[in-house]
Write a protein that binds this ligand. Sequence first.
Ligand code: ADP
Ligand code: ADP
Ligand code: ZN
Length: 217
Amino acid sequence: MIIILLGPPGAGKGTQAQRIESSQGLVQLSTGDMLRAAVAAETEVGKKAKDFMEAGKLVTDEIVVGIIADRIEEEDCKNGFLLDGFPRTVAQAEALDNMLDQKNLKLDAVIEMQVDDGALVDRITGRYTCSECNQGYHDKNLKPKVDGVCDNCGSTNFKRRADDNKETVTSRLESYHAQTAPLLPYYGDKGVLKSVDGMADIDDVTAQINDVLGNLS
Ligand code: ADP
Ligand code: ADP
Ligand code: ZN
């Protein structure tokens, strides 16, 4: 299965992708996570991407398309994958279509997570993750069961993203509306777009996505 999770920053893509990864055995490909790893490792890609990310702007299509093209060649993508945060422009969507065509693969569904802009600032400014296993949390909406201890791996180290602040959110939302929202009609025309209510509780959103996935096979 090849699935895209589409939605504005803070919509819940990463949260749901982690759940689908464990329930469906589909590998999660997050361009944001890959870029942050490249920035931390100070690779050539990381050096090029850093300033864009800190300013809340999209990294160039060339960089992210290159990252995804390499990544989907790996063994763990053989049985499908779940894209989280890619594509984000029509040019990226077209590049993905070409990659899939060449490999004789088909996109099964694009799941749009609909969330009001007003809710996103709170989601983004309250977001943090486990430093060891990357499990996502939120200051109010999703706390670990034991305060300060990761549910998944027991670590007591957590981190926040450099770009998860009020100033950057505005710019990221502008990028979403100007550059990413055109993907909705793009995929709508292809008949693969499915929308879920991302304002619902986390478990409810998971149930909606499972319904979509269940109706595909
Ligand atoms: P994205 O990957 O789309 O940027 P995340 O999955 O990281 O978004 O979610 C952003 C923040 O909002 C996280 O802290 C997460 O715990 C929280 N969150 C995710 N889904 C919901 C939801 N349905 N309701 C409330 N909070 C949510
Ligand atoms: P969020 O879901 O909160 O927007 P991501 O982790 O997906 O965050 O992305 C963080 C940043 O990484 C983006 O603001 C952008 O600078 C860069 N980025 C991630 N994916 C892409 C992409 N497909 N195209 C361009 N830039 C990207
Ligand atoms: Zn952990």
